[in-house]
Design a binder for this molecule. Structure first.
Ligand SMILES: [Zn+2]
Length: 273
């Protein structure tokens, strides 16, 4: 799937999950907490494609996500791609093909999702609100780039970076500072897993089984059969899937906050009338 679909799927899964927690388990979150979680999950759903490097010296190429913070994130993508390729080459078995590019390897595995989720939680526990602000800044940048790709393309990375800064500042100014924010790491991890599912329904699949060796292969690409695969950037993705994600997201938000808002309106009427 392309960047916008990945970001949208991350946001809608987080919103639907938050609604389910609220509805079935009575776990209610503030609107800000839900918004931060959805933003971070949308950013997390783009994170695995940070392994699509470009030509950093010429400021060219790279995935949507690699261009979020201009040449800085392009450089990070270059490093992530090379490290991924290194891990691939070091762990490949005799039947795994030789590769010269690390895309869709290490960052497209469940251990990676677990690792970045755990890392995020650890950072938040150690540095509290400051870590939250930094992570929200980074993830909001990715989410903006993904969700509003044509705007981001026109506005350029400086504006995207500044907007992410404003979101991070607003979050920092309004979030209570006395907790560990374990939900943030969970949102990053869930986002990565949502990305894997998104790639699994396209033609190439992802090495979801890594590092479990099977049939002298460690990096078996797993996905739906080619006949069922969604065409990247086709109408099935841009029209059908994105519409579904949007409807789910809107319904979840309404489900969480509309009853409350209505009740408030009612009370006002009561008090005023
Ligand atoms: Zn991917």
């Amino acid at each position: 799937m392309m960047g916008p679909s990945h970001a949208l799927s991350g946001a809608s899964v987080w919103l639907a999950g938050s609604w389910a927690l609220d509805h079935f388990a009575g776990y209610a979150q503030s609107p800000l907490a839900v918004a931060v979680g959805a933003t971070v999950c949308a950013g997390g759903a783009l994170l695995p494609d940070l392994d699509l490097s470009g030509k950093v010296t010429r400021n060219q190429g790279g995935a949507t996500v690699a261009r979020t913070f201009g040449v800085f994130s392009l450089f990070v993508a270059e490093v992530v791609e090379k490290v991924s390729l290194g891990v691939y080459t070091a762990t490949k078995l005799s039947r795994d093909p030789r590769r010269t590019n690390g895309h869709r390897t290490l960052t497209h595995t469940l251990p990676f999702a677990g690792l970045v989720g755990w890392g995020t939680t650890t950072l938040c526990a150690a540095y509290g609100k400051w870590a939250v602000v930094a992570i929200v800044f980074f993830m909001a940048g990715l989410a903006l780039r993904g969700l509003f790709d044509s705007w981001a393309e026109r506005a350029g990375w400086v504006i995207v970076t500044l907007s992410a800064g404003v979101i991070a500042w607003f979050t920092g100014a309004n979030l209570p500072g006395d907790r560990g924010y374990p939900m943030l790491g969970f949102a990053v991890g869930v986002g990565c897993v949502v990305h894997l599912f998104g790639d699994m329904i396209t033609k190439n699949g992802v090495p979801i089984l890594w590092p479990i060796p099977m049939g002298r292969r460690m990096w078996r690409m797993v996905g739906v059969p080619n006949g069922m695969a969604v065409k990247v950037g086709g109408r099935g993705e841009t029209m059908v899937l994105r519409s579904i994600f949007t409807v789910v997201a809107v319904l979840a938000v309404l489900g969480m906050f509309a009853p409350h808002a209505l009740r408030e309106l009612d009370l006002e009427k009561w008090a005023g009338g």
